[in-house]
Design a protein around this ligand. Structure first.
Ligand code: MG
Length: 296
């Protein structure tokens, strides 16, 4: 069986003919938010409906890292290497300090509670950018069903702790990622499920003082939607889709696909050389080695 589909011949250089898409962990309900810790040789990811963060160690296996996790979703690491997490249940973004204590980075805006932070990235200046759709408060399945107080925005918390809504015209902002030079910001809009609202990735130019402009549609994922995404070192965007992971060139065309047998939610690069793609997909986590290196 083939583990990938080459659409643009250039994608042939990105994949390895004999490297499998390997299921490395399974038995979950909806996994999300993978983040690689090279220093600890492990992958953390959220099993959202089961309210826990799991840890996978190569050659060892999977165990519970944190339970309950406040229905955590997306994770990343800050510039010091600390874990930064989106919590549906806590309706907040937190940082796990080196001593294990939890610091709240954001839980409200202009006096109103956040919805349910979904995905998060950290820029080179240390600012934390995150999306805040309503998914984690819409039902009791992935959080606590409750009233929505704020529009679904994208926020930036600068290194001094000042928080600003930087994108306010989304239906449901979800995955987000910078280009390697941080001159572009990609943000997925996964719309309101079961409606005709947008399901696409938009691209913004990042200017002086991180000011955003533009915002045109960069790409429409099909089948499925762009929940999570990451970029490789050449600026190609790797996005979740219903049939796997799609690799999209900077001009917006699909170069190829990694085919995954379950619906993909999110992904990250890890392993030695950041050449291994870790993929969270419904009940399982998959990994494939590539002839590419990813950015964080
Ligand atoms: Mg997401």
């Amino acid at each position: 069986m083939s583990f990938f589909e080459i659409i643009d011949p250039a994608f042939g250089k990105f994949v390895l003919g004999n490297a499998p898409v390997k299921q490395i962990a399974t038995g979950f309900d909806w996994v999300e938010g993978p983040v690689w810790f090279g220093d600890l040789n492990c992958l953390l990811f959220s099993d959202i409906p089961n309210n826990r963060i799991m840890r996978w160690i190569p050659g060892v296996g999977t165990s519970v890292f944190r339970e309950p996790s406040n229905f955590s979703n997306g994770h990343t690491r800050d510039r010091q290497g600390r874990l930064v997490s989106c919590e549906h249940g806590g309706r907040r973004v937190t940082r796990t300090e080196f001593d294990g204590s939890i610091t709240v980075i954001a839980d409200s805006y202009e006096g109103k509670r956040l919805n349910s932070p979904n995905d998060v990235i950290v820029a080179s200046d240390g600012a934390i950018w995150f999306t805040d759709p309503h998914y984690g408060i819409a039902t009791d399945y992935e959080g606590h069903r409750s009233e929505q107080e704020l529009h679904c925005n994208v926020y930036r918390v600068d290194p001094s702790g000042t928080m600003q809504a930087v994108l306010t015209d989304f239906n449901c902002p979800n995955g987000l990622a910078f280009s390697p030079d941080e001159k572009k910001l990609y943000v997925a809009d996964t719309g309101r499920m079961h409606s005709g609202d947008p399901q696409h990735i938009r691209v913004f130019s990042v200017g002086e003082n991180w000011r955003l402009s533009g915002g045109e549609v960069f790409h429409v994922i099909s089948p499925g939607c762009a929940d999570g995404m990451r970029l490789d070192t050449d600026g190609n965007l790797w996005s979740s889709a219903a049939d796997g992971v799609h690799c999209i060139a900077p001009d917006g065309h699909v170069m190829g696909k990694i085919l995954v047998p379950e619906t993909v939610s999110n992904l990250c690069f890890g392993g030695r050389g950041k050449h291994r793609l870790f993929i969270t997909a419904t009940t399982s986590v998959y990994a494939i080695s590539l002839n590419r290196s990813g950015t964080l």
